[in-house]
Every structure is written in structure tokens, then in C-alpha cells.
Design a protein around this ligand. Structure first.
Ligand SMILES: [Zn+2]
Ligand SMILES: [Zn+2]
Length: 584
């Protein structure tokens, strides 16, 4: 335009500046800015605001600040641009400062201001500020009835773990949209209350609100956390009815949900029926097979994926290595590890190293695993040492276990699991003094062992059992059933009391083992379900050795298939055997 001798003016500059900002044309943008100064338009409010927008997009907040400070007239747009600029450029602290200044100077914000300020509070996890902004909204009636502002408040409250505050707002709202429902369901999931998130979802459907992909992915994620297979299955039916099944991301989440709820066959059929598979869907299937110890099948899917021309990434390599390790495929694992580096040029990360250590440890090659760690190009992290410690524990090697534990303590002193493992190893060797030493370390550090609990879903209701739980309404029947099984199994095995932390007599130790939450859940399921029904339970920690043995025996005693998910993998117990071949 300038070439034709026409001069730009205060109406055309904003468009040019906007375009420069959007296309990130930094050099040209700066030149236009110089021109603006030369032509004397810098002090024009409209042009000035456009300059703020452009430099915010460039991430040059210094310049934004300088221009803003020099503006003779600042309107609401100027303030909003600066605040959102700071928020978008990850400087939430400055964003809140400008917002505060705005209040001091008596400039009245609008909904747009609030929508920029609230995410800034979120980044700082600054609950106090959110409550202040909320108070401001109520007092000044700005954005009070604005659904977008309220949604943002709900979202930020949840992210600051103030779910009650979010819920109160949610209940007061008259016009909830899909985003509102999504924020609330996701809020409960991210704060660990999966049950409540499913309840919110039920209400959403019954009140006629329309779920979208985000809703469904959130809800399926909640189902897999608490192994709510029946609930997840009905969500799947809804997905099919409402035509969401064609979305790759929804299908991929279904694969994951079914696998984590113990239904590998259904994961497979969702996968096979998918119209379009991307890297994430293939990876989900590989992960699903690995989780269930089906290493050979995982390798087949992995190769099939490569044949279709999809290039594996870091994540898919982690999944396939983990699948090899869960199935004890040492040679295949080695091959894939080399392939990853040589053919695909991916430098191994922490998780790849941990998988390899696990793989070697499982096969009993402890020294090789130790050499492997020592030869690592990067400093071994907690996960690597933790994997090695598990391997030492499974192979009863105290000497190496001590080395592994010492390193694990150093990497993450606040993690209690290595202390528990080390103490178990000492206890199995009856080295009570050492057990006491580890326990007092745990006490001194103020660490708490996460209480073990087991979930089981019956008729779409998820029941949760803690160790020695007597709070269940059918507690008496459950303990009677356990006592009955204990008698029937007596003499069939030697209780492995090494996971009992206390130096008490063996009888009492054995009794304590029978209080473990997974046994309570199984007893409950045996009472409530008919012969032949598959029992599915989920444990939040690693299953202990004794429970593992006992569950194998129970599966034979009552002729039931028991599918258990623990923190690492799945165990399919049937007829006295487990799919993990006793290594987990
Ligand atoms: Zn146990
Ligand atoms: Zn097992």
C-alpha cells in the first residue's frame, strides 16, 4: 500500500499490527511501529492498543509495559490486553499486580478482565486471590451472571483444590452449559473423588445436558481409576448411541478404560473396530496388552503398527519395553531397546532404563541389571533404582537391595515405598534389628505408608475396603467367609509373613494377613455373586506375596477366575495359577 504513495492512518495501522502479531512477524512489526512513531500515531488509543496486542503476541512484555506506562489515555481494552498478555506469557504474578492497580485507580473491570485474571490465579494456585476476585464479582455485580466467568471460577477453584467452593457455585448456577458440567466432573477427578465425578455425570445426563468428547474422556478416565467396568460399559453404550464412537480419541480412551478394568477382549474389539487409528490408539493397545502380561501379542501389534507406516515415539517404546518386561521377554526387550536408539535415533529416557532394569531383574540377571545401571549415560533416577530394588527383593539379594535402597532414598527421600520394600526384605530374613532401624528412619522422616485399599464393583456400585475394614454393612458375613477359607487353606501353603512389619508371633502375623483389603473384597464378592462369575478387584498398591499365593489357592478352591489390578499390572488368577508367573 505504501508503495503506491498512499499513507497509512490510524485506521489502517491497527490491521497491519494485528496481522504482524498473528503471524509473529517480529521484524516487520517493529518496523511498522517505528513508522507509527514517525507518523505521530503512537498516542492514538486505537493504534496504541493494537501495539499492546502485537507485542504481547511476540512475548515482549517489557515493551508492552513501556508502551502501557506511556499511554496518555488507557481504556478498558488497554488494561485487559496487558493483563491477558501477562497471563498468556506465563507471568501470573504481574497479571495480578496490574489487576490490583486497576482497582486502586478505580477502573471498573468487565467479564473479559475476569477471564484473564482467573487463569493467572490458577497458575499461582492462589486461592486467596480467587476468593478476592470472587468477592469482587459479587459486590460489584460484574460478570455475576456470565456463564463463562462462573465456569472459569469453578475451574480455578477445582485447580486450587477448593472443590467445595466450586460445587457451591455450581449448585447456585441457573444456566449450566457443557463446559460447566465438564469443569465439575474433571474437578472431582483431579481431586481424587472419582465417585462424585460419576455422580455429577449421571446428573448431567438425567438433566438433559449434552456431553461432548471432553466429558466422555473425563468420565471414562474416572471409571478406569476405580475399575467401574459396568459404569464404563454403559458410558460406552451412550457413546455408540450418540455417535461419538467415530472419534479416534474417544475410541482410544475406551481401549484404555476396558484394559484397566480388566476386560482386555473388549479393548481389542474397540481397537479392531476403529475406523482410524493414530499413534496414540496403537500405543493404547500395546499398553493394554502389556498391562495384562501379553507380551507376544503386544510385539505383534507393535510390528503391525510399524508396517502401516506409523513411526513409534518415546511413549510407544516405553509401552512395548514394559510389555516385554511383564512377559519376561528378555531378548526381545534388548532388541527393541537397541532398535530404538539405532533405527529411530531416540535417546533412552528414564522410563526406558527402568523398563530394562525391570526386564533383567525379572529374569534374575541382577548383576547384569546393576552393570546396566552403572553404564547409563544419564544419572539414574528414583524409578530406575526402585525397579532395581524390586528385582533385588524378588530375588532375595540383600546386598544389592541395600545399594538400590540407599540410592533410591537419595533421589527421593520423601517416598516411602523403598523403605517398605527394604524392611520387607530384612523381615523375610528375620533381621529384626534392621527392620527396626528402617522403621525408625520412616518415623523420623515423618513418612506415612499409604493405606492399602481394594475396590470392587457390584451392580454398578463400587465398594471400597481398607485393611481390617469392619465398616461394611455385611462385615460379619465377610469375616465369616474369610475364616471359612482360612480353615480350608490351612496346611496347603506356608504363610509368607515377611510383609508383616511387626515382630509378633507367627500365628498373629498370619491373622493380620487375612485382614488385607483384597481378601475382604474377594470374600464379599464370593458372598454376593453366583458360581462362575469372574471376580474383578483393584488394589491401590502392590499386592503382597502372601495375598498373591492365597488368591491363587482361592481361585482353585472356589473355581473362579479372579482378575486383580494392582498398581503396576494385572494378575489373572485361575485354577491355582497367576498370569504374572509370580513375578510382579
Ligand atoms: Zn496382602
Ligand atoms: Zn500375579
Amino acid at each position: 500500500m505504501l508503495k503506491f504513495g498512499q499513507n497509512a492512518n490510524n485506521f489502517t495501522y491497527p490491521f497491519v499490527l494485528k496481522a504482524c502479531g498473528e503471524l509473529l512477524l517480529v521484524e516487520i512489526g517493529r518496523r511498522v511501529h517505528c513508522e507509527v512513531v514517525v507518523m505521530g500515531f503512537e498516542l492514538d488509543a486505537y493504534v496504541g492498543n493494537s501495539l499492546l496486542v502485537m507485542y504481547s503476541r511476540f512475548g515482549d512484555m517489557e515493551m508492552v509495559k513501556r508502551l502501557f506506562d506511556g499511554m496518555p489515555v488507557r481504556d478498558l481494552t488497554s488494561w485487559n490486553t496487558v493483563i491477558s498478555g501477562y497471563t498468556n506469557n506465563r507471568d501470573p504474578f504481574e497479571a495480578l499486580l496490574v489487576f490490583g492497580l486497576m482497582g486502586e485507580l478505580g477502573v471498573r473491570p468487565d467479564s473479559a478482565t475476569l477471564l484473564s485474571v482467573l487463569p493467572a490465579c490458577c497458575d499461582l494456585v492462589a486461592l486467596k486471590q480467587v476468593i478476592e476476585v470472587h468477592g469482587f464479582i459479587v459486590r460489584n455485580n460484574v460478570g455475576y451472571f456470565d456463564v463463562e466467568v462462573t465456569n472459569s471460577l469453578i475451574d480455578v477453584y477445582c485447580k486450587c483444590s477448593f472443590v467445595i467452593g466450586a460445587r457451591t457455585l455450581f449448585e447456585k448456577m441457573s444456566g449450566r452449559d457443557t463446559v460447566t458440567w465438564n469443569s465439575m466432573t474433571l474437578g472431582y477427578v483431579s481431586n481424587g473423588d472419582h465417585f462424585e465425578s460419576l455422580r455429577i455425570f449421571c446428573r448431567m445426563i438425567s438433566e438433559g445436558a449434552r456431553p461432548d468428547q471432553v466429558t466422555l474422556i473425563t468420565v471414562l478416565g474416572a471409571c478406569d481409576q476405580i475399575t467401574a467396568l459396568q459404569f464404563g460399559t454403559s458410558v460406552h453404550a451412550l457413546i455408540t448411541r450418540r455417535g461419538f464412537a467415530m472419534y479416534t480419541i474417544v475410541g482410544t480412551t475406551l481401549i484404555d478404560m476396558y484394559a484397566k478394568c480388566g476386560c482386555l477382549d473388549r479393548s481389542r474389539s474397540v481397537f479392531d473396530e476403529m475406523l482410524e487409528k493414530n499413534l496414540v490408539s496403537w500405543s493404547a493397545m500395546i499398553g493394554a496388552l502389556g498391562l495384562h502380561g501379553r507380551g507376544i501379542d503386544a510385539l505383534m501389534v507393535f510390528n503391525e503398527m510399524k508396517e502401516t507406516g506409523i513411526k513409534p515415539d518415546e511413549v510407544s517404546f516405553t509401552l512395548i519395553l514394559s510389555a516385554c518386561s511383564h512377559a519376561g521377554l528378555v531378548n526381545d526387550g534388548h532388541c527393541i531397546f537397541n532398535q530404538m536408539m539405532k533405527e529411530y535415533g531416540i535417546n533412552p529416557k528414564d522410563e526406558h532404563y527402568s523398563c530394562m532394569v525391570d526386564l533383567l531383574g525379572r529374569a534374575g540377571h541382577l548383576n547384569e541389571a546393576y552393570q546396566f545401571i552403572k553404564a547409563m549415560k544419564v544419572k539414574p533416577t528414583f524409578d530406575v533404582w526402585a525397579a532395581f530394588l524390586s528385582a533385588c527383593s524378588a530375588n532375595h539379594n540383600i546386598e544389592l537391595a541395600e545399594i538400590a535402597a540407599r540410592n533410591a532414598f537419595q533421589c527421593k527421600p520423601q517416598r516411602v515405598s523403598p523403605y517398605v520394600l527394604l524392611s520387607n526384605i530384612y523381615a523375610s530374613e528375620k533381621r529384626w534389628e534392621d527392620v527396626g532401624r528402617v522403621r525408625s528412619m520412616v518415623r523420623q522422616m515423618g513418612l506415612k505408608k499409604l493405606p492399602g485399599c481394594t475396590f470392587i464393583e457390584l451392580d454398578k456400585v463400587v465398594h471400597r475396603f481398607l485393611v481390617g475394614d469392619r465398616s461394611h454393612s455385611q462385615s460379619e458375613a465377610i469375616y465369616a467367609k474369610l475364616e471359612d477359607m482360612r480353615h480350608q487353606l490351612k496346611g496347603l501353603y506356608t504363610p509368607d509373613t515377611s510383609s508383616v512389619f511387626y515382630d509378633v508371633n507367627e500365628d498373629l502375623k498370619e491373622k493380620m494377613l487375612w485382614d488385607h483389603s483384597e481378601r475382604l473384597a474377594i470374600a464379599f464378592s464370593l458372598i454376593k455373586t453366583g458360581p462362575g462369575t469372574v471376580i474383578r478387584i483393584t488394589k491401590n498398591l502392590r499386592v503382597c506375596r502372601d495375598c498373591h499365593t492365597v488368591i491363587k489357592l482361592i481361585s482353585k478352591l472356589v473355581s473362579r477366575e479372579i482378575i486383580m489390578r494392582d498398581i503396576h499390572r494385572f494378575h489373572h488368577f485361575s485354577n491355582g495359577f497367576c498370569s504374572c508367573n509370580d513375578y510382579w
